[in-house]
Write a protein of this length. Structure first.
Length: 626
């Protein structure tokens, strides 16, 4: 049996450990995590800076090397696709263990530790995302284990777990505080105060901040040998926070009017603003629909998105009986659909090819005529061209969501043409207003509030995702409670005295000058500066219960975001909220791109403003179909 151990330094085992070239290890790791993959995608990943011909030659060389090892029996090498079968994977076992002691023992270090590749920038982006995803899962599991050990009376085991969390990220204040408390409970107050001193130095050196008031109060309790508080009860699950669709009434009316006019619906908006939620609400009474979504990394590979969509459709409808011509055309992307290789596709054959793809997707979903294409800014333009043409035939309908400043020029041009001809309705979603945030909080808590929604709005700029993630984070940290009927407790009680304290603090820290303000923002401090206005103090209050670096995140404007992104090695403790704003949260656990590798924004795409760019053909010059 082939076994891949990818947590820590990678080990490929088949009775004995196999010694493989680094690119071969990277190829196996990618196939194990992502599944069957087009050759063209693998070339882009592993030889990002090489030309197409050179990359394909290198891929064949790696496959030849693997063919000389026992791995050969587990490779599925096709004309266009490569897959891996019949293997065990420690990553899968770790995630399926849900943080139990056995699964934590599988963690030997970060994903593919010390694996560095030349000429593989796209693989580095994927690798960084996987390390962040799995590292977060490990930290969460370790925190749960620490609380469970303490509950069972194993204080030293709990302390060791919290020290591991501190080693992973020294900017996390809560594990330091828990370690202080456990040292005191073990009768080691001097060690507890040493831990406090270490935290103080790290925060001052890295962020220019002092520990939170409760951390300082705990240190004072320990100095005076007073009894320290017990650990807060561990929240097993976060609330679902299935909030009502607030502030989108007019948007729904516009979409309904456009739908009745049989227009294409183009829904634009920045990350987290609620495009997907709006679309789901709108389509809820329209019957079944074909759900498609672009993924990061698709854009540079011809038909990467469409190939995945077709394979997903076939996997969801096993035994689907396709008409012969549809099967034959779809075999261009999924070779196993036909024993006969389709001829080279010319311009005249595109129409039949595109029609076949949309027919297959529709048939696999029960004959639905509605196509929802989400995150089109990630999808490759060839797939979107095929989808657009296929949907234009017959009575099919298209609803598309995207970030307007990130779509490729040829896709933007198509949007403009649709709008110019009156075939499409453009709707751009904006963040929630302060009043709408208050309405959302009132629904979740069961009572109206004024001060908390006001500060929550200032901390999140009304972005619905940031609002809900902030509330969820506060729940997980024990600052919010779930009361009768699943409602959240009053947000201004208990720990939220911290919110009131934040509002009463001086607007300037005594030891730091007034920091530069983030353009268009709400006054957060920038790296190296001190505190700003009350909005910035709320950021500091929130970050102290997660990652303190959010206080310095400067989420209000692009210049501030650039400063943080440029120094991302130092700001290892950026919170989920900061990361979603800086790097573009996509609403799926496994997809968080890095800001440094996002595509440069093209010309502003708004109704009435033109864009440049040529419409794409079937394939770019010099590239073969996948």
């Amino acid at each position: 049996m082939l076994r891949l151990e990818l947590l820590g330094q990678p080990r490929i085992l088949h009775a004995v450990e196999l010694r493989l070239p680094r690119k071969a290890v990277a190829l196996l790791a990618y196939l194990a995590i992502e599944g069957c993959t087009p050759r063209s995608r693998l070339v882009d990943l592993l030889w990002s800076e090489s030309d197409e011909e050179g990359g394909r030659r290198n891929l064949r060389q790696v496959l030849y090397q693997l063919g000389q090892t026992p791995v050969q029996a587990h490779l599925e090498v096709g004309r266009a696709q490569i897959g891996l079968c019949g293997f065990e994977l420690d990553v899968e076992e770790f995630l399926e263990g849900h943080g139990c002691a056995d699964s934590l023992r599988l963690w030997r270090g970060e994903f593919l530790q010390d694996l560095e590749l030349d000429n593989a920038s796209q693989f580095e982006v994927w690798l960084r995302h996987q390390r962040e995803r799995l590292g977060s899962a490990y930290a969460k599991a370790l925190g749960h284990q620490a609380r469970e050990l303490e509950r069972k009376g194993d204080l030293r085991g709990a302390l060791e777990a919290f020290q591991t969390l501190i080693h992973l990220d020294e900017l996390q204040e809560q594990p330091h505080r828990e370690a202080m408390r456990l040292y005191a409970a073990l009768g080691q107050p001097e060690q507890a105060l040493c831990q406090f001193k270490r935290l103080t130095e790290v925060l001052r050196d890295e962020l220019g901040l002092e520990p939170l008031p409760e951390t300082q109060a705990l240190a004072e309790q320990i100095r005076q040998r007073r009894e320290v508080p017990r650990a807060k009860p561990l929240a097993v699950n976060s609330p679902s926070l299935r909030a009502p669709l607030v502030g989108r009434e007019q948007a729904l009316k516009r979409l309904e009017a456009a739908w009745q006019s049989k227009n294409i619906l183009l829904i634009a908006g920045q990350a987290g603003v609620g495009k997907s939620r709006l679309v789901q609400e709108f389509l809820a009474d329209k019957g079944s629909y074909v759900a498609l979504s672009g993924r990061p990394g698709d854009a540079g590979t011809p038909y990467a998105s469409m190939t995945r969509w077709v394979r997903q459709a076939l996997g969801a409808a096993p035994g689907l009986e396709l008409r012969p011509w549809v099967r034959f055309e779809a075999a261009r992307l999924v070779p196993e659909l036909s024993d006969e290789a389709p001829p080279q596709l010319d311009e005249g054959g595109q129409v039949r090819f595109f029609q076949a793809l949309c027919e297959l997707l529709s048939q696999a979903s029960g004959g639905s005529k509605i196509f929802l294409s989400e995150d089109e800014h990630f999808a490759d333009p060839w797939s979107l061209k095929a989808l657009a043409f296929g949907v234009s035939q017959g009575s099919r309908r298209l609803v598309a969501t995207f970030r307007p400043d990130e779509v490729l020029p040829e896709v933007a041009q198509r949007y403009q043409e649709w709008q110019g001809s009156g075939a499409a309705e453009w709707l751009e979603l904006e963040p929630l207003s302060e009043q709408e945030v208050a309405e959302l909080v009132a629904h979740l808590s069961g009572r109206p509030a004024r001060l908390f929604p006001q500060r929550l709005y200032r901390a999140t700029s009304g972005n619905p995702l940031f609002v809900l993630e902030t509330l969820r984070n506060l729940f997980e940290l024990g600052e919010l409670r779930q009361g009768p009927g699943g409602r959240l407790g009053d947000p201004l009680r208990r720990g939220h005295a911290g919110l009131r304290r934040a509002a009463d603090r001086p607007q300037r820290a005594p030891d730091h000058p007034e920091p530069p303000r983030a353009p268009g923002g709400f006054g957060e401090a920038l790296p190296g500066g001190g505190r700003a206005d009350r909005g910035g103090d709320l950021q500091q209050w929130y970050a102290g219960r997660g990652h303190r670096a959010l206080a310095m995140g400067g989420l209000g404007g692009p210049r501030a975001r650039e400063r943080v992104a440029a120094d991302r090695g130092r700001w290892a403790g950026l919170s989920l909220l900061a990361r979603t704003h800086l790097e573009g949260y996509r609403g799926v656990p496994q997809a968080r791109p890095q800001a440094a590798h996002r595509r440069p924004a093209g010309p502003a795409l708004r109704p009435g403003r033109g864009t440049s760019g040529q419409g794409c053909g079937l394939l770019p010059a010099g590239r073969d179909a996948p």
